[in-house]
Design a protein around this ligand. Structure first.
Ligand code: ATP
Ligand code: MG
Ligand code: MG
Ligand code: MG
Length: 468
């Protein structure tokens, strides 16, 4: 009997509770930290603690943290292991235990609680971190050939350009140990999957890139719940676990197709729908609303991708609330707020879907004509001006036009698109300045009445943050 996703989460939290960690609930996907758009890791809610700005109530904590990583959007459905929304299981030490203990427990939970055979495990350490290397080899007894030294890209963890950071050590699962210790390439995802990252958080990086030691040495870890489920449920990818596959099946059912006999392209669309619907359900549960800036734009973009991929697999009408219902049912035991926010979630999703379907239909027609014309002229690229019209008038994000263009082996003139965007910004600014001159005094009055500072904190960085 394989462990369910819910059981894996509970086993992880229980293991660390028994070792003196306080269980804390997942923080919101909307971080308090203004330097990031969305919660991208379990450590984020503890950032002030790591920086010594807040004294923690406990010196050991364990969580299952909801995360969203927009940098993985393009990986969704294309790799076996990346989601936008996923849960990160973590154990944290705030100036308490450090490397040796974190490694020992990391190994113990992997091999004893989750029962993974040491023959199936490989670990990585930061290239200069002899201390971690020696602990793995001497204290844990991992074969030298199965400890890999890696560079800063993989094994020096940072939560952003500035902030707490440190060398890390990762545990990988090896699906094919019979291929031998001589050929270990951790980048080869047909053989390996990273599932647990142990970060030895001991520096703060400032804006000019300097590292200064933190007051305390801390431990920050992250185990991907969906990845552990893939391993333990012996399914070929994260998407076929009990945490997400039922959502995919609901979408397939609406489309009248069967996932298991679908071609790769259809499977990608189903995975995108499964992943994104789960993401948007949690985002709206955490009170994010669709808009054209910051995280609101991330939400809008994810919803639009769901609608678009629905059409690719033959769904013509509205379907998103029905799929969302399945996602809500799947996560409500661990996240009761999702059911509490059901009405708001469905209303927001439906409104966005209906609006987008309308513009999509008009835009798709136009784009089809453009593509025909470009092909007739023997060109390989769509003008930036056309792409901008689709963006500005039909709500087509550039990425969507690019995606459809790519399906037709065409590219977009991005430089021209950017230039059009810039022109529009200038126009908007001029318009804005005119307003400022004429109604400045009434605007000032308005500003006094509403508490603008509260909003500036996040619309500012959010509006300029890159969504990719
Ligand atoms: P990868 O190299 O596979 O992209 P990562 O090194 O970016 O992963 P970390 O930042 O170390 O990931 O996050 C800690 C853990 O969270 C990972 O070991 C993995 O189990 C999980 N994780 C990270 N990104 C994702 C994702 N996009 N989807 C699902 N799980 C993820
Ligand atoms: Mg990554
Ligand atoms: Mg990695
Ligand atoms: Mg990692």
């Amino acid at each position: 009997q394989n462990l369910s996703g819910n059981e894996i989460r509970t086993l992880f939290l229980d293991f660390y509770t028994q070792r003196g960690h306080q269980i804390l609930p997942s923080a919101s996907l909307v971080p308090e930290d203004p330097t990031v758009l969305l919660t991208i890791a379990g450590m984020l809610p503890f950032k002030p603690v790591f920086l010594g700005q807040r004294t923690p109530e406990f010196n050991r904590a364990t969580t299952s943290q909801k995360c969203i990583r927009t940098n993985d959007i393009e990986n969704v459905g294309r790799t076996k292991r990346h989601h936008t929304f996923f849960e990160m299981l973590g154990n944290f030490s705030f100036g308490d235990y450090f490397k040796e203990q974190a490694i020992a427990w990391g190994w113990e939970i992997s091999t004893k609680v989750f029962g993974l055979s040491p023959n199936n495990l490989v670990v990585s350490v930061f290239e200069d971190d002899d201390e971690a290397y020696n602990i793995w080899r001497d204290r844990i007894g991992v074969k030298q050939a199965r400890i890999k030294r890696m560079g800063a890209d993989d094994n020096f963890w940072t939560s952003g350009p500035t902030g707490p950071c440190g060398p890390c050590s990762e545990i990988y699962y090896d699906f094919h140990p019979e291929r031998g210790d001589e050929n270990i390439d951790l980048e080869d995802d047909s053989r390996f999957i990273e599932f647990y990252n142990l970060v030895f958080m001991q520096y703060n990086r400032d804006a000019s890139g300097n590292l200064t030691p933190l007051q305390n040495k801390n431990i920050d870890t992250g185990m991907g719940l969906d990845r552990m489920a893939q391993i333990l449920q012996k399914v070929p990818n994260n998407y076929e676990t009990d945490l997400i596959f039922p959502i995919i099946q609901t979408a397939a059912q609406i489309a009248g197709i069967d996932y298991h006999v679908s071609d790769d392209k259809t499977k990608v669309s189903l995975k995108v729908i499964g992943d994104h619907v789960r993401a948007v359900v949690h985002m709206i549960a955490d009170e994010i609303r669709a808009s054209n800036v910051g995280r609101g734009y991330v939400l809008r973009r994810l919803i639009r991708r769901v609608v678009r991929h629905g059409r690719l697999i033959g769904i013509t009408g509205e379907f998103i609330t029905q799929v969302a219902e399945r996602a809500i049912a799947l996560s409500e035991s661990a996240y009761p707020n999702v059911r509490q926010r059901e009405a708001a979630i469905k209303a927001e999703l439906q409104r966005e879907e209906v609006n987008f379907l309308k513009t999509l239909e008009r835009g798709e027609k136009l784009l089809e004509e453009i593509i025909q014309e470009v092909k007739q002229q023997g060109k390989t690229s769509i003008s930036g001006e056309s792409a901008f019209t689709l963006y500005d008038t039909y709500g087509f994000p550039l990425e969507l036009t690019q995606e459809i263009a790519a399906e037709n082996n065409l590219t977009i003139d991005e430089a021209e698109f950017d230039a059009e965007m810039e022109k529009q910004r200038t126009r908007a600014k001029e318009a804005h300045e005119t307003i400022d001159l004429t109604v400045q005094s009434s605007l000032d009055k308005l500003a006094e009445q509403i508490n603008v500072t509260e909003f500036l904190g996040y619309t500012q960085p959010a509006a300029t943050a890159k969504v990719e």
